[in-house]
Design a protein around this ligand. Structure first.
Ligand code: CP
Length: 327
């Protein structure tokens, strides 16, 4: 029944619980089974910044548990654009909803909103700060991908590449990984887009090894996980400013084959930028078995279903409210 605003609220026990409920969601996500456990419940899905995966998977996750979704999409569609506060907005919308998912361009805005909310609020991304549900689905994916090859999270090497300054997914994921043992982090970015010092401090204080570099090639040979990110152009003062960094850290099949281990798992939170000169992850890897980017997105549905079930306290009642699949 509590908010999910930051990965710092989680510990290994709560992560394991979320993952075990997520695994139990698979038959419902695959439409092999159906449950109405959230019949009558309403999700307020508030997206004040563009989104494909997070918005739609929050909505579909709620639908797949039998609930309904009330959406607000874009700042212009909300009275926030008339100067209404996050607090007042939350106070009103939380009367209409049983749980709220929210994305907003400002850091800590979702926390401010949660203070006015009468129902649990889940952070779907607050500016450059955090994206906790993405980090959970990333970690869930990492665990599955590594386990398949007989590897584990403890002791693994991860290379994070790209815009580590504004990329909120790597901020959240790094903190989650801090809870494991002996992780080797290689942080690859232009100097101007380096991982914030406070995240590096968290990693080092937890006793993990960090290598920081602005070179992609030569730093990939040990990576079990290669986690790429997009230049977050919406956080830059101008397109020109963002353009300076486009195409600098670009992975394609030839670079992958030359510089990575044969079992390096390729991840990206998506969206990847497919415009000319921008593509940080080329399409020539699309059919590669180690490309996990769409498995990440698929896992997002399971993780968000699990978070709703746990937040609303119905995780033990999925089977009780099962009904026929009639399509
Ligand atoms: N990974 C992710 O957050 O994607 P969207 O911005 O499309 O939701």
């Amino acid at each position: 029944g509590s908010h999910i605003l930051s990965v710092n609220q989680l510990d290994l026990d709560s992560i394991h619980t979320i993952f075990s409920v997520a695994d139990r969601m698979a038959p419902y996500a695959l439409r092999e089974k159906r449950t109405r456990v959230l019949d009558g419940a309403i999700l307020g899905n508030l997206f004040f910044e563009p989104s494909t995966r997070t918005r739609v998977s929050f909505g579909c996750a709620f639908n797949l548990l039998g609930g309904r979704v009330a959406e607000t999409v874009g700042m212009a569609a909300s009275s926030l654009s008339k100067g209404e506060s996050l607090y007042d907005t939350a106070r009103v919308l939380s009367t209409y909803s049983d749980v709220i998912a929210m994305r907003h361009p400002d850091a800590y805005s979702v926390r401010e909103f949660a203070e006015g909310s009468r129902v649990p609020v889940i952070n779907g991304g607050d500016g450059p700060n955090e994206h906790p549900t993405q980090a959970l689905l990333d970690l869930f994916t990492i665990q599955k991908e590594l386990n398949q090859g007989g590897r584990g999270i403890d002791g693994m090497h991860i290379a994070m590449v790209g815009d580590l300054k504004f990329g909120r997914t790597v901020h959240s994921l790094s903190r989650l990984l801090c809870m494991y043992k002996n992780i080797n982090f290689t942080l690859i970015s232009p100097t101007e887009l380096a991982m914030p010092d406070y995240v590096i401090a968290d990693i080092e204080n937890a006793g993990h090894k960090v290598t920081i570099t602005d070179q992609l090639e030569g730093h990939l040979d040990k990576a079990d996980i290669l986690y790429l990110t997009r230049i977050q152009e919406e956080r830059f003062p101008s397109q020109e400013e963002a353009n300076k960094y486009r195409g600098k850290f670009r992975l394609n099949r030839s670079i992958y084959t030359q510089h990575c281990k044969s079992n390096t798992v390729i991840m990206h939170p998506l969206p990847r930028d497919s415009r000319a000169q921008a593509n940080e992850l080329d399409n020539d890897l699309n059919s590669h078995p180690n490309l996990a980017i769409f498995r990440q997105a698929d896992n997002g549905l399971l993780i968000r279903m699990a978070l709703f079930a746990l937040t609303l306290g119905v995780d033990s009642q999925l089977e009780k409210y099962e009904c026929a699949v009639n399509w």
